[in-house]
Design a binder for this molecule. Sequence first.
Ligand code: NAD
Length: 427
Amino acid sequence: MNTPQLPSYLSKENIGPWHIFLQQVEQVAPLLDQSLWPWVDTLRHPKRSLIVDVPIRRDNGVVEHFEGYRVHHNTSRGPGKGGIRFHQDVTLSEVMALAGWMTIKNAVVNVPFGGAKGGVRVDPRQLSLSELEGLTRRYTSEISAMIGPDKDIPAPDMNTNAQVMAWMMDTYSMGEGRTVTGVVTGKPVSLGGSLGRSDATGRGVFVTAREAGRRLNVPIEGARVIVQGFGNVGEASARIFAQNGARVIAIQDVSGTVVNEAGLDVVALKAYLTEHKTLLGAPGTETISNDDFWAIPCDFLVPAALESQINRYNAERIAARIVVEGANGPTTPEADVILAERGIVVVPDVLANAGGVTVSYFEWVQDFSSFFWTEDEIYSRLERIMSEAFNAIWQMAADRKMPLRSAAFVIGCSRVLEARAIRGLYP
Ligand code: NAD
């Protein structure tokens, strides 16, 4: 597959995630239909970005301030949609990039949403449960002008979960004077959440991995799989791979890397992590260095933690046949070029991890109609949307001899820019 060359002024690495998103737009722009070129600049300009101060009273009585963000990257195709991240390294640049990837992703799976994202720069491990609730509620109230069930619908991302979504939904509802379940997705099922949402991203990762494996003659049965990140996305991906006959031989999280050549017991590992707060020392595992993780020979590598984990420092050593991006932005543009040269196929984030937002869309629809679907209905609709999106991208990549990421961006950007063009400019 041919990889488009980066313009020289954009080829430096160690730049922020927003610049990586801009590089990706730069690469795809010449591949779009010429009628859309006048509108490409839209993608380089997030529609609106809000920076908020989030003061909370700590349990010891001291008031502490945290910085929070909510970005609407593009709403041409519908209300904003994208997760909320609590992490000590969150920056505006990162949230802008994550919102941009949401714009593309929502268009790739053709759900009627624009792209948005939010976050607070905080290490939630340092907060008690009541402090976490206070932070969530104050942040929600600060961004309440931007969110709403037909405006912008947040969801979980790193270090946020169904409980955090329940607090967000409650805070927003108190401001409105009525219960508004559809303002967030990824809620507990008892509050209008959807069956299947917690596993949805991991299930989508698995579906796209299986489809790529089919085309490349890499069956799931007996495949060697390594996973970085053992949270919502990584744990579900690893578990579903194992359930389908793959051998998950290495998992890395923030505590370190554990391996077992015969295959890790993913369910037991999750129970161990819940009890001990670390993967290290789990029965039936050995520990290796985080650096050695990347060089493990495998069929599927699933990065499901942070951005820029596959970069020019480790891309040469990666010994996977297929990389399936569970995380957002895990591969830098330079690493993309190296992997392509080495014949390693990358199933890009905007496709591979779109299962989460797809089931979020189902949740939003169910909340509006107050009519809830069975888990079977959710999974069969998810399966259909993910495999159709995969097929379209695979076909375009083959026809136009381009990497899957470029094909996904061509499809996603075209849908967004067509909507933008037909809406025209106001005033
Ligand atoms: P999570 O908080 O549930 O899990 C994050 C995992 O990454 C944890 O296992 C953590 O230990 C690990 N991790 C953190 N820092 C690490 C480091 N330096 N090295 C190795 N591992 C590290 O988060 P999540 O919801 O699973 O999100 C993971 C990624 O998937 C993010 O990029 C997120 O944007 C993306 N994503 C999430 C969803 C979703 O539905 N939750 C959907 C699409 C994409």
